[in-house]
Design a protein around this ligand. Structure first.
Ligand SMILES: Cc1cc2nc3c(=O)[nH]c(=O)nc-3n(C[C@H](O)[C@H](O)[C@H](O)COP(=O)(O)OP(=O)(O)OC[C@H]3O[C@@H](n4cnc5c(N)ncnc54)[C@H](O)[C@@H]3O)c2cc1C
Ligand code: FES
Ligand code: FES
Length: 1264
């Protein structure tokens, strides 16, 4: 007995008994079919890297449906009779590329490329599902579940929107060919989905059973097989596993996807019936159809609300009953299906057996404990719009794909046609506390009252406030915010539905949620033809193979079938010492192979074995006192990743000598003045004397708090180690091969030459894989070495977030004295940065201090900055894009803004008056203010704010001088070889392509210096032979320094070739020159190295202006427009550099607006450790109007080929959004009658901070 399906048109038949009972489609594709274009990271539906497309027949309509799905959640055994299409099936180098792949690559939509196949497949699913006809707004809406950490989304959205029927995206002519206009349907699919298979039940591994019922009768027959005390699951989309992990002890898996009764729907005159296991997508389609029917107009709002549930691939497989069942099992779950259906008084049809059904309310269903209850359908009755008023809300921390802070549904029945007196009311809120649904007192109070009468309104909010008593539910937002938000939502409902004349004009815009229009971008830059292909906006060399999934990352490399998989076992008691480790339960799991800890390490227990940046060793495995919650103490090796992760959780650890108190943050250390945890900057500025304020002088002080940030690379920390005849071959996602090699070899007491690394590319780092990659690499190497078997270690998202260091958090305590015109007389900044448990990769000493004066006239006589690194009980923090520099610039820019606020001056004027004489900003700032129409827009915004009570706009300026410090760039080797066979060129260098475009820029340089066409140049993987001893790829400098090494090598070759060229004459072709040189025994290989001093330091300038609009009632915002002027010198490749600017800025938006890390204060445990609760920006969080200009006619006299580095600086410019928020919030506070005070906004400033700072009070809510 088997299950059958097609993958990319090829039929497969598998025996479920051969695989783990819950093997996912992703694991099967990658590990058994070796189709590695489909990636994975989060394994919970939150990143989109695993998206592929499935095609299957609907069990009721027999219609062939095509959808994008998350292969990480879809179980293989639900793929029976399904056609599966992966990126490999769309196109590749032998069969030709698909238009989607080509367009994404051509429009510069890839950087590291790890997310790219997921984007391609999501778009393919969308197009196929809609018969190729989609609008730009449908496209822009569809990517909420695809996270790209590199690009800032703009180029991806452009590429995807260019396929829309209403597209206005300019596509380069060379990208549109006949083929592109277009046969999108994969020719090999559609053969499988015949639903003729007769399999009903199969025994699987570990005494488990799978069932494939087709009818309710068969479903209950399957349920009859479930003995008392055994666990079962009705498998719909299996997406609930992305929210709460499925139990490991389920024995019966009943696939209900073919049970027609559960998929059926109907639209009757007075009700809609929705089959329990309709997918959320199908339910939305039904809502769309129903909207035009009398009584079902409210379905338009249901559609809107469902459009905010999860993301497209999750909705394509996730079902209504699956969602409601989560709510039943976990009452605290803020289900959107539940809140909307309950407010609409939906009924549930349930079955205890195949032949009878009962009708109950949703609440009755949630509380019913009858075993084996199956939901058959949901019934939504009609609500004629003359008699009823309905609306629902969901407020999220970012634009899409997050569960609600608070959600709500309100249904009012009118007593009469005047539509003011309430007949009955249903007022439901989610995420207040697990038992709360209805605001019953308000529901009763409203009956018979005028909903829009001011006196009623006042009383409603009094009652609402007292009945809404949220409880602490970490990591959810504070009860205070959730209460305010819930009240605000009802207020919004009133404002939005009251007759126009009832609501004061200034209040009206509060009645609507912010509506985001389509986004767009503009990019301007110059190119310099005489330097081509250098300076040319050429497509990224590996863009196409990234988009087709042919580009290989570490985890795509195959090892033999005897490979083992690894997972860390971690310590959970900070400050204690480990007394015992009991692995008995872990070894009882079938498939566990080994456990190793400190005692198994033959050499040094240090994964950060460098001679620079590292002042103390970092333990691979805990060796004594536990330094932080979830510190690795050992590694489990098993036959699969799932088994390794599960077994690791079963290891029991006993502790001794508990530490009394944990110091998890800077504030905890400062609060108790723990001097032993403070490490002062050696180069601290001289203390400056206190000055006596002169008449008109303004003084002030403030605190800026910038919390940490998680890297969120889409490629996880990954290492694959293969034992070889001598030593180990290591494939590690690292951008410092030298340290990985040294750490492994010293750990294993092997000579370094026995540990050979190869790194083709890595799927994003931003610093995550500079040294943090080595802990995984060392543990993996230890396993491979001990077992003499290939080992693979891919850290789970939880493990990465819990156990690895992150951005250094920062706190600045500043005080200032300024003249009336804002000019600074004295500025003192005492700042602290959170090192975690070691002082390695110290940002205070190397980076923050160097950037802290920014572009201002801050001298030793008016400025003092004292930095202190603070040791906390946290993983050792590490460099993260613009480490230390972003904080330095944020601190100084904040002080400038605060001075402007205190002096009641325009922040631009205060900047102008404080610029350092001779600084380039003196030219740039006035020009930027003019080109962005700063003054005019500020006036318009102030007018808008005066006219709107609940909507506020703000404008935020940020200036940057980023000091590029290359003094610690040791050595970067590069080898350039020319093949005599055809003159083609191959390069291997010591840098690492992390998505920053290094390989493309280096190839452009080689083509330029050698004088060959770019397509003749190829870049090989980096390794520890030709890249021996190479220094780290970091600090935005690698294109400069590796470019210099490559140029040197090319010049060496040119010198050798010169006599040959002279001899053959100017007409000789390149191939002839090379062949002739070869015949003369001239070496066609040259190795050169960048050495310290080859490149001087220089400064990089940038400006940004951010405009945003706030909804004061919810705290949500829209970034209406951002202008960035970035000084890239003579850019080596403007399209790559524009991509770096956009990507860095958007990553900065995440830092300042959405990415919140929360910890348990008692234990130090990270509570936001998944995509479910940690939120980097998505495609609809980017600026709506995003304008990037690379400064023109601005060669860098000391830069490589007159260029400037680009990767990190633009991150610093995102701080401007804080100032825009401040501008908007101040207007709201003024309206609220609060005293004029600077508001402390830091990183991140979430909607919670906005609402709690804006001063609005619920008891003052009124309509008039
Ligand atoms: C990334 C992500 C984001 C999400 N965001 C949101 C969100 O913002 N808002 C929100 O409300 N939800 C959200 N969800 C939840 C999502 O809506 C549910 O996961 C989905 O609806 C579950 O359906 P399923 O078919 O996949 O259930 P499955 O995972 O297949 O099953 C879940 C449970 O339902 C039971 N079950 C299934 N069918 C029946 C039936 N007919 N009768 C009785 N029991 C049944 C099963 O036994 C099982 O216990 C999110 C999920 C993910 C993965
Ligand atoms: S791996 Fe499937 S969504 Fe992240
Ligand atoms: S290119 Fe999207 S994550 Fe790197």
């Amino acid at each position: 007995m088997s299950i059958r399906f097609n993958v990319n048109g090829f039929p497969y038949e598998v025996q479920p008994a051969d695989y783990a009972v819950d093997i996912t489609l992703n694991t099967f594709l990658r590990e058994h079919l070796h189709l590695t274009a489909t990636k994975y990271m989060c394994l919970e539906g939150g990143c989109g890297s695993c998206v592929c497309v499935v095609q299957r027949r609907h069990p009721v309509t027999a219609e062939l449906q095509t959808h994008a799905v998350n292969s990480c959640l879809m179980l293989l055994n639900t793929c029976n009779d399904v056609d599966i299409i992966t990126d490999e099936g769309l196109g590749n180098k032998s069969s030709g590329y698909h238009p989607l792949q080509k367009r994404l690559a051509r429009l510069n939509g890839t950087q590291c490329g790890f997310c790219s196949p997921g984007f391609v497949m999501n778009m393919y699913g969308l197009l196929e599902g809609k018969g190729g006809v989609v609008s730009m707004s449908e496209v822009e809406d569809a990517f909420g579940g695809n996270i790209c950490r590199c690009t800032g989304y703009r180029p991806i959205l452009d590429a995807m929107k260019s396929f829309a029927v209403d597209s206005n995206i300019e596509v380069p002519a060379d990208c549109v060919d006949i083929e592109d206009s277009f046969e999108l349907i994969c020719p090999r699919t559609g053969q499988c989905s015949t639903s003729n298979c007769s399999r009903k039940t199969l025994p699987c591994q570990d005494n488990c059973h799978w069932y494939w019922p087709k009818t309710l009768v068969e479903l209950f027959a399957a349920l009859d097989q479930v003995a008392g005390g055994e666990e079962y699951i009705l498998v719909g989309g299996n997406t609930a596993h992305g929210v709460y992990r499925r139990s490991k002890t389920i024995q019966h898996y009943i696939d209900i996807n073919s049970v027609a009764e559960l998929k059926h729907h109907s639209i009757e005159a007075d009700h809609l019936q929705l089959g329990a296991n309709m997918s959320l997508t199908d339910a939305m389609q039904l809502f769309q159809q129903a909207t035009s029917r009398a009584g079902f107009e409210y379905c338009a709002q249901l559609w809107q609300h469902f459009n905010l549930i999860a993301n497209v691939p999750v909705r394509n497989n996730g079902t209504l009953a699956g969602n409601i069942s989560i709510k039943k099992q976990h009452p605290e779950f803020p289900s959107d299906v539940f809140i909307t259906f309950e407010s609409l008084n939906a009924q549930v049809l349930v079955h205890d057996n195949a032949h009878t059904q009962r009708v109950m309310t949703l609440l009755e269903y949630l509380h019913d404990r009858t075993p084996k209850l199956v939901i058959g359908a949901f019934i939504l009755r009609s609500y004629p719009k003359e008699k009823f008023l309905f609306n629902s809300y969901k407020i999220l921390p970012r634009a899409q794909n997050v569960h609600a802070y608070v959600n709500a549904g309100f249904l009012i029945e009118w007593q009469n046609s005047q539509r003011r007196i309430v007949g009955s009311a249903r007022i439901c809120f989610g995420n207040i506390h697990p038992g709360f649904v209805h605001a019953q007192t308000v529901e009763q109070f409203l009956v018979g009252r005028d909903l829009f009468d001011d006196a009623t309104v006042v009383q409603v909010f009094e009652q609402l406030q007292s009945s809404l008593q949220p409880v602490e539910m970490p990591p959810e937002a504070s009860p205070e915010y959730r209460q305010k938000l819930a009240c605000s939502l009802f207020y919004k409902f009133l404002l939005g539905s009251a007759p126009r004349e009832v609501v004061r004009e200034r209040l009206r815009s509060g009645g609507q949620l912010l509506e985001r229009p389509l986004s767009s971008g503009k990019q301007s830059f110059e190119t310099i033809p005489k330097k081509y292909p250098v300076s040319q906006a050429v497509q990224k060399l590996e863009g196409l193979v990234q988009c087709s999934g042919e580009a290989k990352y570490m985890n795509d490399l195959l090892t033999t079938s005897n490979a083992v998989y690894c997972a860390f076992v971690t310590a959970k008691r900070v400050g204690a010492t480990i007394e015992g480790i009991d692995t008995k339960a872990a070894f009882q799991c079938k498939g566990v192979v080994a456990f190793y800890s400190l005692k198994d390490v033959p050499g040094e227990n240090n994964f950060n074995n460098t001679t620079v940046f590292t002042v103390e060793p970092e333990e691979i495995f805990c060796a004594g006192r536990v330094k932080y919650y979830d510190q690795p103490l050992g590694v489990i090796a098993a036959n699969s990743q799932d088994i390794a992760v599960y077994a690791a959780s079963l290891v029991q650890v006993t502790y001794a000598n508990d530490q009394a108190k944990i110091y998890r943050s800077i504030n905890a250390v400062l609060a108790e003045n723990k001097d032993d945890r403070k490490f002062q900057n050696m180069e601290k500025s001289e203390k400056i004397p206190k000055l006596v304020p002169a008449a008109g002088d303004i003084t002030g002080r403030g605190i800026l708090q910038l919390n940490s940030q998680y890297y969120f690379t889409i490629e996880p920390q990954t290492t694959v180690v293969i034992p070889e005849e001598e030593g180990l071959r290591v494939y590690c996602a690292t951008h410092w091969m030298d340290v990985t090699q040294a750490s492994i070899s010293r750990m294993l007491k092997l000579h370094a030459n026995m540990v050979q690394l190869e790194v083709k590319r890595i799927g994003g780092s931003f610093g995550a894989k500079q040294t943090r990659a080595n802990q995984v690499a060392c543990a993996c190497a230890l396993v491979a070495f001990k077992l003499n078997r290939p080992a693979r270690f891919v850290q789970t998202i939880e493990s990465m977030m819990e156990s690895n260091g992150k951005r250094w958090a920062c706190r600045s305590d500043y005080e200032f004295l300024a003249r009336e015109n804002g000019s600074i007389r004295r500025l003192v900044n005492n700042y602290y940065e959170d090192a975690g448990c070691t002082l390695n990769e110290n940002v205070v000493f190397y980076l923050t201090q160097a950037a802290i004066r920014n572009v201002y006239n801050l001298t030793d006589s008016n400025f003092s900055a004292n930095g202190t690194a603070i040791k906390t009980d946290a993983p050792s923090n590490s460099w993260f894009r613009a480490p230390g520099t972003a904080e330095a610039i944020a601190m100084t820019e904040t002080a400038i803004e605060h001075i402007a606020f205190a002096c009641k001056l325009d922040p631009a004027d205060v900047r102008l008056v404080n610029l350092r004489p001779g600084n380039k900003m003196i030219q740039l700032l006035p020009r930027f203010l003019a080109s962005t129409e700063y003054r005019k827009r500020r006036t318009e915004i102030n007018l808008f704010n005066a006219q709107n009570r609940w909507r506020k706009r703000g404008l935020g300026l940020a200036l940057m001088e980023f000091p590029l410090n290359v003094t610690f760039a040791w050595c970067y080797p590069a080898t350039v070889a020319i093949y005599h066979a055809d003159g083609s060129v191959i390069i291997s260098h010591g840098g690492i392509e992390v998505g920053q475009g290094l390989n493309t820029k280096v190839a452009q340089v080689a083509a330029f210096v050698l004088g060959v066409p770019l397509d003749r140049v190829r870049i090989a993987a980096s390794d520890t032979v030709l890249g021996a001893n190479s220094f780290v790829t970091a600090n935005s400098m690698t294109s400069d320094v590796v470019g210099r090494a490559v140029r040197k090598a090319c010049e060496t070759l040119n010198k050798r070739l010169e006599p040959v060229k002279q001899k053959l004459g100017a007409q000789a072709k390149w191939e002839e020159v090379i062949e002739s040189a070869f015949m003369q025994s001239i070496s066609l290989i040259a190795t050169e190295s960048y050495v310290k001093g080859d490149q001087p330091n220089y400064s990089i300038f940038g400006l940004s202006l951010s405009e945003l609009e706030l909804d004061i009632l919810t705290g949500n915002h829209l970034i209406r427009r951002v202008d960035i002027l970035e000084d890239a010198g003579e850019s080596l490749n403007p399209s790559i550099d524009v991509g770096q600017v956009e990507g860095a800025f958007v990553m900065g938006l995440g830092y300042y607006l959405t990415e919140l890390l929360r910890y348990d204060r008692q234990t130090g445990r990270l509570l936001t450790n998944r995509t479910w609760n940690y939120h980097p920006p998505g495609a609809k969080d980017i600026p709506i109007d995003f304008r990037i200009e690379l400064l023109q006619k601005s060669p860098n006299p000391v830069g490589f080929l007159r260029s400037k580095a680009i990767g990190e600086p633009p991150f610093c410019l995102a701080v401007g959004v804080l100032f825009a928020l401040q501008h908007a919030i101040q207007s709201a506070r003024e309206d609220a009658g609060l005293p004029r005070e600077w508001v402390r906004l830091g990183a991140p400033t979430t909607p919670e901070t906005v609402v709690l700072s804006a001063g609005s009070e619920v008891h003052k809510f009124s309509l008039s």
